[in-house]
Design a protein around this ligand. Structure first.
Ligand code: F6P
Length: 351
């Protein structure tokens, strides 16, 4: 029986267990044997495995997280990391490897395939929804649902106390989580990294909303730049990404709003709560399909490819194309956002 490895790397997200389950079921049906690599690329470097078969994954239909663990390990940044990873293919007798991850994990997979012809296929996941080759990544729908619920709760307490409420959400350098949450929850202003925060416009929108409703909601994406941000020493992970939660931009925005409007303002950061819990129906189905499709890519020998959602179809996209650029919020969304936040002039932006 040919053996296929499965790993999950980078920040976890709801749907990973369902993708593993889909892949293992399909691989089993196709006559392959499966093994999990523990904690992402770290498991490949150290040849550390987790048993995987249909009975083990059967109960994963609704569980959040990833049963094989994840990490932000980058073999290309570790002394001997690439050689050890390649050696693990031989040592474990892996015919192929399914790497489930975002731009970082898939970036490693793309490079291993390009430079060393490693037999890798990809499954895209991330709550940030920032992979350009696929319409959606699983994890995003659940994360936004959690954020939307948090926003509704903040509005309830804010309404009672006649306050402005600021909700900070994750999403890294793409504002999708903040944008979708803001529109769906009825926010009065949304700060995203793709657009400079206009403090005067924000204060005016908040004041007007508060005058109408005695409450206002602002959703802030973690990677926004504020003018008051001076040069700071930022801590970076192995992929060179800033640790954004430490910037506390939600708190800073709340301070700015209170200063500019004179209205009592509170903030909340929901952080990793967005990454836990049962995945939504959409994420469970997308993840399961992506896992199954990846197994089919392995069966067809289509290494160097990734499962992507285009419309309602799963298609194969090369890992190089999939990791070439990030998908960030486009101009047409600015118009939708301004219209829904009742920003003067917002209605004039054609979509
Ligand atoms: O990429 C997913 C994500 O949740 C980002 O939105 C966030 O900036 C980051 O991961 C947090 O990473 P960690 O779990 O390592 O703190």
């Amino acid at each position: 029986m040919k053996k296929i490895g499965i790993l999950t790397g980078g920040g976890d997200c709801p749907g990973l267990n369902q993708a593993i389950r889909g892949a293992v079921y399909k691989l089993h049906a196709l006559g392959f044997e499966c093994v999990g690599l523990e904690d992402g690329w770290k498991g490949m470097i150290q040849a550390k495995t987790v048993p995987l078969d249909v009975d083990i994954v059967e109960d994963l239909a609704s569980r959040g997280g990833t049963m094989i663990g994840s990490s932000r390990t980058n073999p290309f940044k570790k002394e001997g990391g690439v050689a050890a990873t390649l050696a693990t293919f031989k040592k474990l007798g892996l015919h192929g490897l399914i790497a489930m991850g975002g731009e970082d994990t898939l970036g490693v997979a793309a490079k291993l395939f390009r430079e060393h012809q490693a037999p890798v296929v990809g499954v895209p996941k991330t709550m940030d929804n920032d992979l350009s080759a696929t319409d959606y990544t699983f994890g995003f729908d659940t994360a936004v649902s959690v954020a939307m619920d948090a926003a509704a709760r903040l509005l309830d307490t804010g309404r009672s106390h006649r306050r402005v409420m600021v909700l900070e959400v994750m999403g890294r350098h793409a504002g999708w989580v903040a944008l979708y949450t803001g529109i769906a929850a009825g926010a009065d202003y949304v700060c995203i990294p793709e657009r400079k925060v206009d403090v005067k416009a924000m204060a005016a929108a908040v004041k007007a909303a508060h005058a109408r409703k005695k409450v206002a909601l602002v959703v802030v994406s973690e990677a926004i730049e504020l003018e008051q941000d001076g040069p700071k020493e930022e801590k970076l992970d192995e992929f060179g990404h800033m640790l954004l939660q430490e910037r506390e931009v939600g708190e800073q925005v709340a301070e700015i709003i209170e200063k500019e409007t004179g209205i009592e303002t509170r903030h909340a950061t929901i952080g990793h709560i967005q990454r836990g819990g049962h995945p939504t129906l959409f994420d469970r189905l997308l993840a399961t399909r992506a896992g199954i499709f990846a197994a089919e890519l392995v069966e067809d020998g289509k290494f160097g490819f990734m499962a992507a959602l285009r419309g309602n179809d799963m298609v194969a996209v090369s890992l190089d194309e999939a990791t070439a650029k990030l998908k960030t919020v486009t101009l047409e969304w600015f118009g939708i956002l301004d219209t829904m936040c009742r920003i003067p002039g917002g209605n004039t932006v054609k979509v």
